[in-house]
Design a binder for this molecule. Structure first.
Ligand code: FAD
Length: 444
């Protein structure tokens, strides 16, 4: 496609950002038959654990953990109606999560069937965490942890991202049957430091895999299940995991390692495959520098009803024109929000940011304060259709939508709702963008 062809094309939707929310928005927009271009790279997904939280904790102050995210969401809707997840009907949240997990499965990253309950999983530091969507390769760990069954946790000498002994030390008093064992990774006996992604690639080969299994099998003892760091394959993790289970004759589960992690790499690859297979065009090495809206520029600018995005970065100079724009640029880490000396601002359009009155009230004195920090609820205000508001309280532009962690009134890390927030708001925005593009005005 030539530069001028690129500029002449009017896309239905342009998605800015390629974190969890941007990937979900692209997936869902394309799934609704909209032509879609996505700008940005998905480096942030590499930090993800592969676990898809929906709602684990609410209220944050009392740290109430919800066995069922659906009951938790009903309570959230009653207590915090302005929370983005409280503004989406349960049927849509369910449809969004189902569609997202199905797309990952089709792209070679199978998840255990979603249900009514949160699952509790072991983390790389030995704590237990409630989550909703669990990759199939991690799921046997949910049963093992719940039943406190005799279990063997294996690690590899030299792998710094994961320590089985530390996990047992942390969780062991509550799970006496959990044992740890450290083995040499076959063929790497002389290598001082090992990397999870490298081991995952090596375990896709039958030889090293069989030698690893051969080392672990005599150590099983009374174990009813075997845990490994999340290194059981990269692109073919389903097959590698199945091969371990078949050869060891026991349920096998992975425990996520410290980020950046193999599950993050798998998720990124699967999402990239999923959006590519739906025809989403991507500008991976570009960033959006500015956006102008049709009808707002004197003597020129994009046609009414369209927005023009000016791209920067290595493929800079390109202009993308679209009928709807989804802003999925994240919070501070993603740089969707930028913390200045006194104020927090939105990075591209200068949209008003809901935030504490002054910098002094961004954080509480104690880092681990049960209430959380006000700054972690800062973000964009949006109407019922997830259109961000301008300073007058009206949607900034009828075809502009905001999704994911850039939205105000949520603390995804403490509420354990990061992926659910990203996926469900992306679903709602894709619905509204489709309505807008097809002439319905974008109302929810
Ligand atoms: C350490 C860590 C652990 C996590 N663990 C979990 C977990 O256990 N369970 C779970 O459910 N979720 C987890 N998550 C993922 C979390 O759910 C999501 O990161 C969160 O929901 C935010 O997603 P987002 O897409 O809104 O923002 P981000 O992930 O921040 O993505 C925003 C993207 O926008 C891009 N961007 C910003 N400005 C521009 C621009 N001008 N042009 C183009 N692109 C731009 C950024 O580069 C970035 O890629 C974890 C995340 C992290 C960082």
């Amino acid at each position: 496609m030539s530069g001028s062809d690129r500029q002449d094309r009017v896309w239905d939707v342009a998605v800015i950002g390629a974190g969890m929310a941007g990937m979900a928005a692209s997936l869902f927009a394309a799934g609704r038959g909209l032509s879609c271009i996505q700008i940005g790279n998905g480096g942030g997904i590499l930090f993800a654990s592969g676990l898809l939280d929906l709602l684990g904790v609410h209220p944050v102050a009392s740290r109430r953990v919800w066995p069922s995210p659906w009951e938790g969401l009903r309570s959230l809707a009653a207590d915090r109606p302005d929370h983005p997840l409280a503004r989406i009907g349960e049927a849509s949240v369910r449809a969004a999560l189902d569609a997202f997990v199905a797309a990952l499965g089709d792209a070679g990253l199978p998840y255990a069937p979603l249900g009514e309950e949160n699952r509790t999983v072991l983390t790389s530091i030995g704590t237990a965490k409630p989550t909703y969507g669990v990759p199939r390769s991690m799921h046997a760990g949910v049963d093992a942890l719940r039943e406190r069954a005799p279990c063997l946790l294996v690690d590899f000498r030299g792998l710094r991202e994961f320590g089985a002994r530390q996990i047992v030390a942390t969780v062991g008093s509550a799970w006496p049957g959990l044992r740890s064992v450290r083995v040499e990774f076959p063929g790497f006996e002389a290598v001082p430091e090992l990397y999870a992604a490298h081991l995952a690639r090596v375990l896709e080969e039958a030889g090293p895999r069989e030698r690893t299994i051969g080392l672990v099998k005599p150590l099983l003892g009374d174990a009813c299940a075997v845990g490994f760091p999340a290194v059981l394959g990269l692109g073919r993790s389903g097959r590698v995991h199945a091969a371990f289970e078949a050869a060891l004759g026991l349920p096998v589960f992975e425990v996520p390692t410290m980020p950046t992690s193999v599950p993050g790499l798998r998720l990124k690859a699967a999402l990239e495959g999923a959006v590519a297979s739906r025809g989403v065009e991507r500008r991976l090495r570009a960033a959006v520098g500015s956006v102008t809206f049709g009808g707002e520029c004197e003597g020129g600018g994009p046609a009414p009803g369209t927005a023009s995005l000016q791209l920067g970065g290595p493929s800079g100079g390109e202009r993308v024109v679209a009928r709807a724009v989804v802003l999925a640029t994240g919070r501070f880490a993603g740089r969707g929000l930028v913390a200045g000396r006194d104020r927090i601002r939105e990075g591209i359009l200068g949209l008003p940011v809901e935030q504490p009155a002054s910098r002094e009230s961004w954080h509480r004195r104690e880092f681990l304060d049960a209430q959380g920090h006000e700054v972690n609820r800062a973000g964009l205000l949006a109407d019922e259709a997830f259109r961000p508001l301008d300073a007058t309280g009206k949607p900034r532009w009828p075809g502009l939508f905001a999704v994911g962690s850039i939205l105000a009134h949520q603390d995804w890390m403490r509420e354990k709702c990061g992926s659910g927030l990203a996926i469900a708001t992306a679903w709602a925005a894709a619905d509204n963008a489709a309505r807008h593009v097809r002439g319905g005005g974008g109302a929810a």
